[in-house]
Ligand binder design. Structure first.
Ligand code: NI
Length: 159
């Protein structure tokens, strides 16, 4: 294969009932591993193909702590967020409820409470630490995707 052309592959999405979705994913360690980069690229492609707004590696049968999320509101940072070993901290104590769906639970939606704002920190694909803040929709997507890394699906958060 030519090393200069990224070859992206759609990955199969795990559906509710598959044990990978209930498993705590392991930390990545060195994100500069070409296999990790390839996985992240495939996740972005798979998310776009499925018209999702976020995807976590366990959803494509890789029990690793990687998430991707559409970040449409941020013009300074075009393209999806790719977060390796992400950690979230609530920013404030405000919570709000909204409907969520999940590519692993097709056809359903549920009302889920989430933190209104979060601080996130993670490692980028080039291995450097990155941080940011998110509120509203992006904060919700990040909380949903990080939950996947801990084997938590949104119905478990419904009240
Ligand atoms: Ni999901």
């Amino acid at each position: 294969a030519c090393p200069y052309i990224p070859i992206m592959t759609l990955r199969k999405i795990a559906r509710l009932g598959h044990p990978v979705l209930l498993t705590e994913a392991r930390p990545v360690g060195d994100p500069r591993d070409p296999e990790i980069r390839r996985l992240a690229q495939d996740m972005v492609e798979t998310m776009r193909d499925a018209q999702g707004v976020g995807l976590a590696a366990p959803q494509v049968h890789e029990s690793l702590r990687i998430i991707v999320a559409v970040d449409a509101a941020n013009a300074d940072r075009p393209g999806p967020l790719v977060l390796v070993d992400p950690e979230l901290t609530p920013d404030g104590d405000e919570r709000e409820e909204a409907f969520e769906g999940c590519l692993s639970i097709p056809g359903l939606r549920g009302l889920v409470p989430r933190w209104r704002r979060v601080l996130w920190r993670a490692t980028s694909l080039d291995g450097s630490p990155i941080t940011g803040t998110a509120d509203g929709f992006l904060a919700r997507v990040l909380q949903h995707e990080v939950d996947h890394l801990d084997g938590v699906l949104y119905p478990m958060r419904m009240q």
